[in-house]
Design a protein around this ligand. Structure first.
Ligand code: 13P
Length: 353
C-alpha cells in the first residue's frame, strides 16, 4: 500500500516494491529531459532492405560495424537515453571486445531489446498480421536481463484499408501486447507497448485517426484486464497521418492535433511516457511533429521519441559501408539526435519531463 495523506492508503497493484522501484528507475532514465530512444532493433530482413538501398551487403560483420558506429558516436549518452537492440546485436561486441549492452551502459544509454518474433499472417484475415513470440518468452526475458537489457519492446502491425484493421486483428494483437507487457514487468523489464498503425497506403488522416483510436482503446483495455501496471510501461504509437501514398500531406498542426487527440482519448495519465515511432517520415517531418505536440502541452505524459529511420537513414546514407566515413557518419548521427532532442521541449522552450 502507498501512504499518501495521513490515514489514506491506496492499493498499489501486484508488482513487488523492489520491482516497482527498479522499473521506475529505468523509466526515469529513459525519459530524461532532452533525450529519447534509438530503435536499432531491425530484424535480419529489415536491416537487409535498408542496407540494400545504400549498396551494403547485410552480413554479421556489416551489421556489427554499423551498430558499433552508432553506439560509439561521441556523446551518444547526451542525446540517446536508451537503445533498442535486436537478438543478434545484444550478443555482439565492439571491436575492443566490450559487449554492446555494457558499452551502452558505460556511455549513459540504457540497453533494451525487441522481444517479439515478428508479424506473421493472421489466419482467415487476408492482408493482416499477428505478432508472434509469446511461447517461451518468460525464459527469453530472463536471458536478456542477464545480457544487460533493462527494457523491452513488442510491435504489433495494423494495416489501414477498406474494412481494415479488422476488429479481430486489433483484438488478437492487443491481447498479445498485454501478455508481453505483463511478462516483462514480472521480469523487472520496462515494456514498450507498440501498436503501429502503418503509414503505408493511400488512406486519409481521418482513417488513420479512427484506426489509431480503436487500436489504443483496445490495447489499454487489455493491459488493464491483464493487470499490467500502467505506471511502469511506455507506449510507442504511430503519429496520426494520411497514408504515405495519399495525395494530400497534412500540415504539421493537423498531424500534431490529431495525434494528441488520440492520446487524450485513450492513454490514461498514469502512463509516464509516450515514445513515438517515425513510421517512414523524414527526420524533418518526424521532429517537427513531435515539437508541435510538445509545444501544445503541458500533457499528462512525457512525449518523446523512439525513432529508427528518422535518425538512422541519414547516417546510413553517409556511411554506405565505407570505413573512412565512420567519423562523418557519427557526426550526422549526433546532429540528428540533437535536433530530435530539441523537439522534446514544451511551450516557450521549457524542457518537459
Ligand atoms: P521507425 O522509426 O523507422 O518507424 O522504427 C521504429 C520502430 O521501432 C519500429 O518498430
Amino acid at each position: 500500500m502507498i501512504s499518501g495523506e495521513p490515514g489514506v492508503t491506496v492499493p498499489d497493484g501486484t508488482l513487488p516494491a523492489p520491482v516497482r522501484r527498479e522499473l521506475e528507475g529505468t523509466i526515469g532514465r529513459l525519459l530524461a529531459p532532452g533525450k529519447g530512444l534509438l530503435a536499432a532493433d531491425e530484424s535480419f530482413s529489415t536491416i537487409g532492405r535498408r542496407f540494400e538501398q545504400v549498396g551494403i551487403a547485410s552480413t554479421e560483420a556489416s551489421r556489427r560495424a554499423f551498430r558499433e558506429l552508432l553506439f560509439t558516436a561521441p556523446g551518444i549518452g547526451d542525446q540517446i537515453s536508451g537503445v533498442i537492440l535486436f537478438d543478434e546485436t545484444i550478443r555482439q561486441r565492439a571491436s575492443d571486445g566490450t559487449p554492446f549492452p555494457r558499452l551502452l551502459e558505460e556511455r549513459g544509454s540504457v540497453p533494451g531489446i525487441k522481444v517479439d518474433l515478428g508479424a506473421k499472417p493472421l489466419a482467415l484475415a487476408p492482408g493482416e498480421s499477428v505478432t508472434e513470440g509469446l511461447d517461451g518468452l518468460r525464459e527469453r526475458l530472463a536471458e536478456y536481463r542477464e545480457l544487460g537489457a533493462r527494457f523491452t519492446k513488442w510491435r504489433a502491425v495494423l494495416v489501414v484499408g477498406p474494412g481494415l484493421p479488422s476488429d479481430n486483428c486489433v483484438s488478437v494483437n492487443a491481447h498479445a501486447l498485454a501478455r508481453f507487457a505483463a511478462l516483462s514487468q514480472e521480469a523487472g523489464l520496462v515494456p514498450i507497448v507498440e501498436p503501429e498503425v502503418l503509414a503505408e497506403g493511400d488512406h486519409s488522416l481521418e482513417q488513420s485517426y479512427e484506426a489509431t483510436l480503436r487500436a489504443q482503446r483496445l490495447v489499454f483495455a487489455e493491459l488493464v484486464a491483464q493487470r499490467v501496471s500502467l505506471e511502469h510501461m511506455l507506449l510507442k504509437p504511430n503519429m496520426v497521418m494520411a497514408g504515405l501514398q495519399h495525395p494530400r500531406r497534412a500540415s504539421v498542426e493537423e498531424v500534431a492535433t490529431a495525434t494528441v487527440r488520440t492520446l487524450r482519448s485513450t492513454v490514461p495519465p498514469a502512463v509516464p511516457g509516450v515514445v513515438f515511432l517515425s513510421g517512414g517520415q523524414t527526420p524533418t517531418e518526424a521532429t517537427a511533429h513531435l515539437a508541435a505536440m510538445n509545444a501544445a502541452g503541458p500533457h499528462p505524459w512525457v512525449l518523446s521519441f523512439s525513432f529508427s529511420r528518422a535518425i538512422q537513414d541519414p547516417v546510413l546514407e553517409t556511411w554506405r559501408g565505407d570505413e573512412t566515413k565512420v567519423a562523418e557518419a557519427q557526426a550526422v548521427f549526433a546532429e540528428h539526435a540533437r535536433l530530435t532532442g530539441l523537439a522534446r521541449r514544451g511551450p516557450a522552450g521549457r524542457d518537459v519531463s
